[in-house]
Design a protein around this ligand. Structure first.
Ligand SMILES: *Cc1c(COP(=O)(O)O)cnc(C)c1O
Length: 398
């Protein structure tokens, strides 16, 4: 893969006509080390946030051994890249064929579920010649509040804690290890989200009277974006660690987490070109059907920087973006802060797009991704206490 110092190097050197993805393996490495050193349990990467093989290999090299996969394609992808990784199939509703292939072909032993119907499906699909598997880790997904999070995951999956006793007891019978998992919603802005969810785990355990071997607090760990500045992640870990220690679980029980966003957000940014300007709206060459799905569909704001040889001295103002497709929906309200003199032909770097950015890209209307380049500078922002600011940028230290 081509390497460059930063976005300016790429803009000047290549004058790219398609959006360029700038990846920072060192940022992914740093995020992984932070979780591995500070989270009081096991950290697995939720592959859906960014399934890029280069990122997955970087996380493995940093020490991430467990991967949360949600489809058979993700199972095959990660197994193909990492023969020795532990894969956990954490989608509560799976096809029987996917379960069977994951178990019999790819060595997957951990599955999540939120109904007796799914439990039956897992037990049947993992049996060999009619004999039930004896090595399953089954994680019952509880429904918990997404009130502290920017993106809800509260309505689709999960069984309420006070209704979960029959399912927990049945899963206990079928499992070698029994887990309870949940997801507080993505970009949880307060550690309180986990404390409240773990209180529901207690309700479930006490109600069912079962021995629990795994408590999996899911994803939701935040990154930093304009207008969304969370407190430090180790504060989240403290709250989780204390609430976990107080749970009535087995002596040898394990605490797990499944960060997607937090491990991948700082990994990538995208360099786009301004094709036209109309007042405070910029027509750029990436958008809602590319890496900016969240900017368009859930009004997410991302940090932006004008990438020019001679920095602009104009005042900063807020812009909205139109993406390249012919669709009105290809609109990103922002506001995205840029110098007031930005014009057609300028390049803009859009930061913090490693999570749910390139993962969402489609080829709609013929607009596809351009090159991927390794950048050696720091991401535009960080939740991992980046201290060495590159000359071109100021990086907030937290
Ligand atoms: C999406 C998802 C994750 C990752 O969530 P983030 O908010 O990106 O950390 C983890 N676990 C499950 C089951 C998910 O669906």
């Amino acid at each position: 893969m081509h390497e460059d110092h930063n976005a300016l190097g790429v803009a000047l050197g290549q004058k790219p006509t398609q959006p360029v993805t700038l990846v920072r393996p060192h940022a992914a490495h740093r995020a992984a080390r932070y979780f591995l050193e500070k989270f009081p349990g096991l950290s697995m990467y939720a592959v859906k946030a960014n399934p890029s093989p280069d990122l997955i290999r970087s996380l493995w090299d940093a020490g991430i051994t467990h991967y949360d996969v949600a489809s058979i394609a993700e199972v095959r992808l990660v197994r193909g890249l990492l023969p020795h990784a532990t894969l956990c199939f954490m989608h509560p509703i799976k096809g029987s064929e996917a379960i069977a292939e994951a178990y019999h072909l790819h060595g997957v032993r951990t599955f999540s579920l939120d109904s007796l119907f799914e439990l039956e499906k897992i037990v049947t699909a993992t049996a060999t010649d009619g004999v039930a598997a004896t090595d399953l880790t089954l994680c019952v997904r509880l429904r918990v509040s997404s009130a502290h999070s920017k993106l809800s995951l509260a309505s689709k999956f999960g069984i309420p804690a006070d209704e979960s006793a029959p399912l927990l007891m049945a899963a206990r019978q079928a499992a070698d290890a029994l887990g309870i998992c949940f997801h507080v919603g993505s970009q949880a802005m307060s550690p309180q989200a986990y404390a409240e969810a773990l209180a529901q785990v207690r309700v479930a355990i006490v109600g069912a009277g079962v021995t629990v071997d795994v408590v999996d607090v899911g994803g939701g760990f935040p990154s930093v974006y304009p207008g969304m500045e969370p407190s430090a992640l180790d504060g989240y870990f403290d709250v989780i660690g204390r609430a976990y220690e107080a749970l009535p679980v087995s002596y040898s029980a394990e605490l797990w987490c499944e960060p997607g966003r937090a491990l991948s957000a700082e990994y990538a940014s995208v360099l786009v070109r301004v094709e036209a300007r109309k007042d405070d709206v910029l027509y750029i060459n990436d958008g809602a059907y590319g890496a900016l799905f969240d900017a368009a569909h859930v009004a997410w704001r991302f940090p932006t920087e004008l990438v020019r040889d001679t920095p602009s001295r104009a005042r900063t103002m807020g812009f909205s973006f139109y993406g390249p497709t012919c669709d009105d929906m290809d609109f990103m309200h922002g506001p995205f802060d840029l110098p007031a003199d930005v014009k057609a032909g300028d390049y803009i770097e859009i930061g913090m797009l490693g999570a749910y950015g390139s993962a969402m890209r489609t080829g709609f209307n013929g607009f596809t991704a351009g090159a991927t380049v390794i950048a050696r500078d720091e991401p535009m922002d960080s939740v991992y206490g980046v201290t060495e600011a590159t000359p071109a940028k100021v990086i907030s230290i937290r």
